[in-house]
Design a protein around this ligand. Structure first.
Ligand code: ARG
Length: 696
């Protein structure tokens, strides 16, 4: 026997003694099972006893009690001796009699269950036990309750899933739900939701299905300050209601910093709410019972509208809207040919935003027509307006005119320009380059016709003639365009230094004080010119002088034309041309006082070559880069001082003079059967063009 058992026996003896003295005692039973017997069992029970057993089983269990023996003095309504069974919340059951005779008041093989986890059994006997009744013997066991199969106040113990175990049960919830702290209800997390979009929807949890119990939802709509939130209840509304009291169970409330709306419940859609606030708090709570479908709110915002923008003339607004409210933006763009102007500054783009006070954050700009302003001056050209004179705005058109009568538009140059949307004057191809006016070449002023033997030139007759002086020696040259002089390389006698070179134009009297001085900038001597070579010192005797400034073209100062690539410019023998210069008029004389000219014809190349091959065997040679000229009878020739000067030809096709030769060398001057030798310009067209174009 263990100590517990010993204690139990001592306790029972003690209680029995007490009962014998006082006639009543009570026993408390805590085991999972046990036996109760009447005092003295299986002998007759004593008189005047009252004994009670308080059975307690663990929670989650009920007490199951059944009798195996029953013999208690029977009496009307069990007035004398009885057994009473108390179970909380239930009417006590009273028994007396004998199983063998009585069927009314004996428990028989009836099993009694407690409602809770306790049960009390009371046995009482009065003063006499005449017929020697032996009392009772009963057993009890703790029996598990299957709560999952039971209802609690008409409702199941668990909201969603119930799990029974011995001595208890537990509840779980469907996915998406959480078990409320009451351990039975399935609810949802629906607090702390913040919506910041400018429109949206909020519904009760599970809408349109029944919302969960014990919800404590809160939703906040928070948009930028300046907006006002509008709430609209849509579709259906069903929140547990009460006919008298105002939403005592489930309730939807709306709160803003301007006030409160609700509580809402019932089945009628609440009205649309213009909250006037940028912040709305919605709370929704549900109690532990009910099955209602909840609610759905659509929200949007409105704000103070800004004045409807008006597009400036020649401008557009985008996007075009009926109404512009807080945070709405629009941009302005100007039509082609117009530019955005804010005051005096040009804008490349413009966007403005509606402020919360209903004003635009920027003033709209104006679209002003693009102004190309006065067109740039082109050299030797004047401008005339095709459109309204002096108007330089978008689409205005102008025409450049080269100064008459000495200049003409360079081939490929455009004369007409218009003011483009870019603010620039452009030609029909969209180019901004100014037109180029070139001096008209090869047109003498006055005579220079086929006058034979005329000696002294007139002013303007050889307007391209240049008087070149290098270190006191004189030579000739020809004006090309208005910035270049073509001469013979040997004239410059290797002078690359331009300070030694003096250039005069527009004169026929060599020592006249009236002339046009032109300033050399740079000298370009043909790279194959070899003055030291024995065989042919004058091969490639050609040079160009670039001028510092453009020469103003006038009646007496004009360029000579260059030969073209066409074969007709490759002058044949017998072609007559004119050579001019300030050189000696006779082998023996000094330089001429006036510009002289003489007409000579091109000599057959082989004939000329033979003459010089015989004269200087193996030395001075007439190369393919040279041209010989003279006359049958002799006497007409260039001479010392004419070098570098022009030998020009008249082109029947263009009616202009071009330079076919440059005075280069010759044996004496004007001797019969000896010819003047010239640099053949036709062979140097590309060299001239390249030199000019790469040194522009
Ligand atoms: N070399 C000479 C000079 O420097 C030009 C000679 C021309 N002579 C002639 N007979 N074509 O001026």
């Amino acid at each position: 026997m263990d100590i517990q058992g010993q204690r139990g026996v001592i306790m029972r003896l003690f209680l029995l003694l007490t009962a014998l003295l006082h006639g009543s005692y009570s026993i408390s039973l805590k085991g999972l099972f046990g036996e109760i017997v009447s005092p003295g069992f299986p002998n007759i029970y004593p008189n005047n006893v009252k004994e009670s057993w308080n059975i307690t089983v663990p929670l989650g269990h009920v007490v199951k009690l059944y009798f195996t023996h029953f013999s208690v003095e029977p009496s009307y309504l069990c007035e004398y001796d009885y057994i009473k069974i108390f179970s909380e919340g239930a009417e006590p059951a009273t028994y007396c009699g004998e199983t063998s005779t009585d069927t009314e008041e004996v428990p028989g093989d009836k099993v009694t269950y407690s409602t809770g986890n306790t049960m009390s059994v009371v046995f009482k006997s009065d003063y006499s036990n005449e017929k020697r009744f032996t009392g009772f013997r009963a057993f009890y066991v703790a029996e598990d309750i299957d709560e999952c199969k039971m209802l609690n106040d008409g409702e199941p113990f668990c909201d969603h899933y119930c799990h029974n175990y011995i001595g208890g049960f537990y509840c779980t919830c469907r996915t998406g739900y959480i078990l409320h702290e009451n351990k039975k209800t399935c609810t949802v997390h629906c607090s702390g939701q913040v919506l910041t979009e400018r429109s949206g929807e909020i519904t009760s949890p599970d809408y349109p299905a029944v919302y969960p119990k014990l919800c404590n939802c809160d939703y906040r709509i928070l948009v930028e300050e300046g907006f006002s939130i509008i709430l609209e209840f849509v579709e259906s509304f069903d929140v547990e209601n009460h006919p008298q009291s105002q939403c005592p169970y489930d309730v939807l409330k709306i709160k803003t910093n301007k006030g409160e709306h609700g509580p809402f419940c019932g089945t009628k859609l609440p009205p649309r709410i213009e909250t006037g606030s940028f912040k709305v708090d919605i709370t929704f709570t549900s109690d532990i019972s009910g099955s209602n479908k909840g609610w759905k709110i659509k929200y949007s915002v409105t704000a103070m509208p800004c004045p409807k923008p008006v597009a400036p003339p020649h401008g557009q607004i985008s996007p075009a809207q009926q109404k512009y409210i807080f945070k709405d933006r629009f941009s302005i763009s100007c039509d082609t040919g117009y530019e955005m102007m804010q005051g005096s500054s040009t804008l490349t783009s413009f966007t403005t935003e509606c402020r919360k006070d209903g004003t635009w954050d920027k003033q709209p700009p104006l679209c002003e027509i693009v102004d190309c302003t006065d067109p740039d001056n082109a050299d030797n050209a004047t401008v005339e307006y095709i459109t309204e004179v002096g108007v330089t705005t978008y689409k205005s058109a102008i025409r450049y005119k080269c100064e008459e009568p000495f200049y003409a538009m360079k081939e490929g140059s455009n004369a007409e320009y218009h003011c483009a949307a870019s603010g620039h004057w452009v030609d029909s191809k969209g180019n901004r380059e100014l037109p180029e006016c070139e001096p008209i070449c090869g047109e003498p002023t006055g005579r220079l016709t086929r006058v034979i033997g005329g000696q002294k030139a007139e002013l303007g007759e050889f307007p391209w003639q240049v008087l070149v002086t290098v270190d006191g020696h004189i030579g000739g040259g020809s004006l090309l365009f208005d910035k270049w002089i073509l001469t013979a390389a040997h004239v410059l006698s290797g002078h690359k230094d331009v300070s030694a070179i003096e250039l005069k134009m527009g004169l026929i009297k060599r020592q006249s004080s009236e002339y046009v001085q032109v300033l050399p900038e740079k000298v370009f001597i043909h790279s194959k010119y070899k003055p030291d070579s024995q065989k042919s010192r004058y091969d490639n005797d050609i040079a160009l002088i670039k001028l510092k400034h453009k020469v103003p073209i006038s009646a007496n100062v004009k360029p000579i034309c260059l030969p073209g690539n066409d074969v007709r410019y490759n002058v044949e023998s017998k072609t007559l041309g004119t050579v001019s210069g300030f050189g000696k008029t006779k082998q023996t004389s000094l330089a001429a006082e006036y510009l002289q000219f003489v007409e000579v014809e091109v000599i057959d190349h082989k004939q000329c070559k033979d003459v010089y091959d015989k004269l200087f065997p193996g030395l001075e040679q007439v190369t393919e880069n040279m041209l010989c000229a003279g006359t049958e009878e002799g006497g007409k020739d260039a001479c010392t001082g004419d070098s570098g000067g022009p030998y020009v030809f008249y082109d029947e096709k263009t009616h202009k003079w071009f330079i076919g030769g440059i005075v280069s060398w010759g044996e004496k001057c004007g001797v019969k059967d000896k010819y003047g030798v010239y640099t053949k310009v036709y062979n140097y067209i590309s060299w001239i063009e390249n030199t000019i174009s790469t040194n522009f």
